[in-house]
Ligand binder design. Sequence first.
Ligand SMILES: [Zn+2]
Ligand SMILES: [Zn+2]
Length: 338
Amino acid sequence: MKVAKWYNNKDIRIEEVPTPRPGAAEMLVKVMACGICGSDIVEWYRLPRAPLVQGHEIGAEVVEVGQNVTRFKPGDRVFIAPKVPCMQCDYCRKGHFPVCSVIKERLPGGFAEYVLAPPTLIEHGTYRLPEKFTDDQSTFIEPLACVVRAQRLAEMHQNPAVMVMGCGMSGLLHVKLARANNCSVIATDINPKRLDRAKSLGAGITIDAAADHVVERLLAENGKPADVVILCTSAMSAVEQAWQCVDRGGVVVFFTVPGPEKQVTVPINKFWTREIRIITSYYCGPPDIVDAINLIETGSIIVDDLITHRLPLTDIAKGFQLVMDGSESIKVIIKPNQ
Ligand SMILES: [Zn+2]
Ligand SMILES: [Zn+2]
């Protein structure tokens, strides 16, 4: 079978490897769709494990199951989480699923024609797709679950004003989820096309961070600072703006971080007297995945309008280029079996 092995963003090779055969407790799935995630192009985050086959946003079809696998059968359409928490350790019991390190197995990358699912992931991380769910929609389950988790952790009260900084794929999902929950939304970006899209998805106020003074525009149009500020860009300028855009009693959510070489300075004295919280949100947990599937299935969150490109596996380098460039693309989906 073919896999796309990632050495770095400029060097992705299509390689031929033996198609795995499932052992008694394993299952082989055919990857029908796999999204390129914004985190896939973050080299400082991915390079320590390179070369590797990336791809953790999959829509797949079961083709072969081991004799001990009873929950799934060939023909089932599934989403499989890239890793799963144990649900029993102290971290899991407190809901900190992403930091559980008990289960070491990971799902092999989805930028491949087939993926061999290990037993723990079949048991705890595999979700059968609802009938009308498409393979392409399945690629949004993981990214939306991460967004669900971030807004859950932000503990947003009664119709807050949510400011989303950075309107790439995840920023736009944040806009959609906040709107679905009756929040008013302020969106910022330096790309006018992305801002237009945020506006069409329900952002009431859009601010061009390259051309406008973000804080002044926010205060002029919203009348007050934002209750929740969600950082969906690694730009340091956005972090500085976030500090100034959050209201008393509000929260700044680091959904994206600036990177290990950057130093962030927190105006902690100002925040202390204003009860401003700073939180981080990384990855997602099983309850978030269940919520994400539900939101897509019920149409509460429409994802199809975010798909801009569908490419065969052999064009994956172009796909990464599109995501890195970010001006024309939102969601780029690789279709390894087309
Ligand atoms: Zn992702
Ligand atoms: Zn655990």
